[in-house]
Design a protein around this ligand. Structure first.
Ligand code: TRP
Length: 76
């Protein structure tokens, strides 16, 4: 896969679940956008992950704090 902006690869994000059953859903990079993995977090659990060659976007379902280099978002 030819990704021009290599700066996005390797960016970390942090998600802290503020309730049980928060879903972190990874979406595929490239022409076809598909859900490929769902990680379930319970209250207080933290996920530290990166955007990769395979992952260009995430969807977060539930109450959570999301930190990226762009800032912090209270979701849910
Ligand atoms: N195998 C996936 C990848 O390398 C793992 C992954 C990275 C992931 N970041 C993610 C899964 C974010 C879900 C959400 O891309």
């Amino acid at each position: 896969m030819d990704i021009k902006n290599e700066e996005v690869l390797g960016d970390y994000f942090v998600i802290k679940a503020e309730e049980d059953g928060v879903n972190v859903i990874g979406l595929t990079r490239g022409a076809e956008t598909r859900f490929f993995h769902t990680e379930k977090l319970d209250k207080g659990e933290v996920m530290i992950a990166q955007f990769t060659e395979h992952t260009s976007a995430i969807k977060v379902h539930g109450k959570a704090i999301i930190q990226t280099k762009h800032g912090t978002i209270n979701a849910g």
